[in-house]
Design a protein around this ligand. Structure first.
Ligand SMILES: Nc1ncnc2c1ncn2[C@@H]1O[C@H](COP(=O)(O)OP(=O)(O)OP(=O)(O)O)[C@@H](O)[C@H]1O
Ligand SMILES: Nc1ncnc2c1ncn2[C@@H]1O[C@H](COP(=O)(O)OP(=O)(O)OP(=O)(O)O)[C@@H](O)[C@H]1O
Lengths: 220, 220
C-alpha cells in the first residue's frame, strides 16, 4: 500500500484522507489543530499534531519515506508554499492546493508535482450540469472529453440503439443506458445494437466537449 | 437562457458564475464584498453588492423572477441557512453549499433543492485517482458508477479489443481508447472489435464501482 501524508485536515483534506483509507492506503494525517487530529486518529495509520512549517519536526516524523505528501491547506497560502518547498527539498513527491491561477503558478514554480483547485473544479462541473436541461449530469474528463447523463430527445424514443447513429453522426459513444428507479436502484447496461430506447431511459454519452456540444445543440 | 443568481463570489461561487456565463446563462452575481462584485461586473448580466440576509433588498432586486439561486457561501453557515430560507419562502429554486453532513441535513430541512459539498466531492475523487497505480484518472459518477482512464495490463498488449472480453467478463464498457501525445493532443476513438491494443494506448473504462474494482484487482 502507498504511504501518503495529508497535511491540513479541513473539509478537502479530511475527505481525501478518509477516502484514501477506504482505498487501503497508509495515511499519515497531520494538522496543527489537535481537535482535527483527534477526530481522525482512530482510522489512520498515524495522526500527528504539529506545525508543518517546522522543518525539524517534519524530518523527525520520517516524512522522507513517503510515497506522496498532499498539502491540503486552503486559506493560509503562505504555509502551503513553505511546506511545499520544504518537502520538495526533502525529495518527496508533493501535490498542493491552490485557490487561483497565481497561486497555482507559484506552487509550480517551487516544484509542486500536481496542483489541486477543488472549489474551482467543482464550480465548472456544477455549472455545466445546470446549463443543459435534458442533461442530468455533466462530468468533465481529461483531454477536453466529457461524459453526460441525459434524457433522450422525443424523436429518439422507440428507436433502436443502432438506428440512433450517434457514433457515426457525432463521434460520441453510448457508454451505458437504462432506467433509474425511485429507490436509487438502476438497470444501467452496455447497449446492444438491437436494444430499444424507451421513455424513462437515460443515456450515458461520452466524447469530446465539441462533439457533445454539437449533439446537445442538434435540431430537435 | 436561464436566469440564475449566484450568491457568494468566493472560489467556488465565482468559478460557478464564470462557467454559467460561458454556457450562456443570465447570471446575477451577488456578494457583500464590493471588490468581488467589481471583479465580475464586466462579464455578468447583473452584479450587485449587498447583504443577502436582508429580505427587503433581496425582494427589491427582483429575485422572485429567477430560474435558480445558488447560495455559494462557504464559511458563514448561519448566513447560508438564513438566505436559503428567505429564498425558499419566496418560491425560488435554491441550491446551497454545505461543509459537512450536519449542515447538509439542516439545509435539506429548510427546503434546499440540492446541496453542494465541493471540497468533499473533490477529496473523494482525488483519493481514488491517487490509489490505483495504472489508473491515470478516476471519475466518480452517479448511481455508484465510475469512469477510469487506465494503461492496459501487460497481458493485454497486442490483443484485439474483442478478445479482451472486458464487457463479458466484467460488465464494463470500453468507452474510448487511444494515445495521449506529449503536446496534449490525442487520438482517442470509439473502439471497434478489430482494433489492436498497443503500447502507449490508454483505455477509458466505464462501469459500476464494484465491476471496475474487480477488473483492477484481477490477477495480472
Ligand atoms: N502550518 C500548518 N501545519 C499544519 N496544519 C496546518 C498549518 N496551517 C494550516 N493548517 C491546517 O490546514 C487545515 C485546512 O486549512 P484551512 O482551514 O486554512 O483551509 P480551508 O480553506 O478552510 O479548508 P477546506 O476548504 O478544506 O475546509 C486547517 O485545519 C489548519 O489547521
Ligand atoms: N450575507 C451575505 N450576503 C452576500 N454575500 C455574502 C454574505 N455572507 C458571505 N458572503 C460572501 O460569500 C463569499 C464566499 O463565502 P466565504 O468566503 O465564507 O466562503 P469560502 O469558504 O471562503 O469560499 P470558497 O471556498 O468558495 O473560496 C464571500 O465572498 C462573502 O463575502
Amino acid at each position: 500500500p502507498k504511504r501518503i501524508a495529508v497535511i491540513g485536515l479541513g473539509t478537502f483534506g479530511s475527505s481525501l484522507a478518509n477516502e484514501l483509507i477506504e482505498q487501503g492506503a497508509e495515511v499519515i494525517a497531520i494538522d496543527i489543530n489537535p481537535e482535527l487530529v483527534n477526530n481522525i486518529s482512530g482510522k489512520v495509520y498515524n495522526a500527528i499534531c504539529f506545525d508543518c512549517t517546522n522543518e525539524n519536526q517534519l524530518q523527525g516524523y520520517g516524512i522522507g519515506s513517503l510515497d506522496l505528501a498532499i498539502v491540503a491547506i486552503g486559506e493560509n497560502f503562505g504555509n502551503t508554499v513553505i511546506i511545499t518547498k520544504i518537502l520538495k527539498d526533502l525529495g518527496v513527491r508533493v501535490y498542493s492546493r491552490a485557490s487561483n491561477d497565481r497561486e497555482e503558478r507559484i506552487l509550480e514554480a517551487v516544484g509542486a508535482d500536481k496542483i489541486y483547485r477543488p472549489e474551482h473544479e467543482q464550480g465548472i462541473t456544477r455549472a455545466k450540469e445546470i446549463t443543459y436541461s435534458k442533461v442530468r449530469e455533466v462530468v468533465p474528463l481529461r483531454s477536453d472529453m466529457e461524459l453526460i447523463v441525459t434524457e433522450p430527445g422525443k424523436l429518439m424514443l422507440g428507436m433502436k440503439i443502432r438506428d440512433l447513429d450517434i457514433r457515426r453522426s457525432y463521434g460520441i459513444n453510448i457508454a451505458f443506458f437504462g432506467k433509474m428507479k425511485e429507490n436509487g436502484e438502476h438497470d444501467y447496461r452496455i447497449p446492444n445494437p438491437e436494444d430499444v430506447l424507451n421513455e424513462g431511459d437515460l443515456l450515458w454519452l461520452i466524447g469530446s466537449n465539441d462533439h457533445i456540444k454539437k449533439f446537445l445543440e442538434r435540431p430537435s
